[in-house]
Design a protein around this ligand. Structure first.
Ligand SMILES: [Zn+2]
Length: 157
């Protein structure tokens, strides 16, 4: 092997090495680009997943509401769901009682037809036109835990 040949071989090896290094760097940055593309896709997918899951939750809520309302109206529902629906009814009654207490404190009354909150001196419900007897008004220091239908019963006393 002559000197010229050796030089040319070394030069070629150097060029080859440089090409390999460049190629590796190129592949590396391609890999990094792919990785960041994937990360963007993952975060986009995560947003979509959350959005769709929230829609599912809303539909579940709607189904539950429909079933409970059917139960409340005395319609047949899956016996497995009766306990939960009764829990909902208990909670609804509790909420109603607390709302009535708030109304009582604020010296307001509730329309027995549409449940609109009215001032104590209102004679006719502005929403549904029901004639509101003044004695329906829950009196001060009166029942604290009973609801409107109970207040109606008091009329008969
Ligand atoms: Zn009304």
């Amino acid at each position: 092997m002559d000197f010229k040949n050796v030089i040319s071989k070394i030069t070629k090896t150097t060029i080859d090495t440089a090409e390999v290094v460049a190629q590796t760097a190129k592949e590396g940055s391609a890999k990094i680009a792919k990785k960041s593309e994937e990360l963007v896709e993952v975060s986009k997918l995560t947003v979509s997943i959350n959005s769709e899951e929230s829609k599912i939750k809303d539909i579940y809520t709607e189904i539950g509401k429909i079933v409970c309302e059917k139960h409340e109206n005395g319609m047949y529902i899956d016996p497995d769901l009766v306990d939960q629906c009764n829990d909902v009814l208990d909670l609804k009654n509790k909420v109603k009682e607390m709302k009535n207490r708030v109304i009582q404190i604020k010296n307001k009354k509730v329309c027995p037809e549409c449940e609109e909150t009215l001032n104590s001196e209102t004679m006719f419900c502005p929403k549904c036109g029901t004639n509101i007897e003044n004695d329906i008004t829950i009196e001060e220091n009166d029942i604290t835990t009973e609801n409107v239908s109970d207040a109606e019963i008091i009329e008969d006393k």
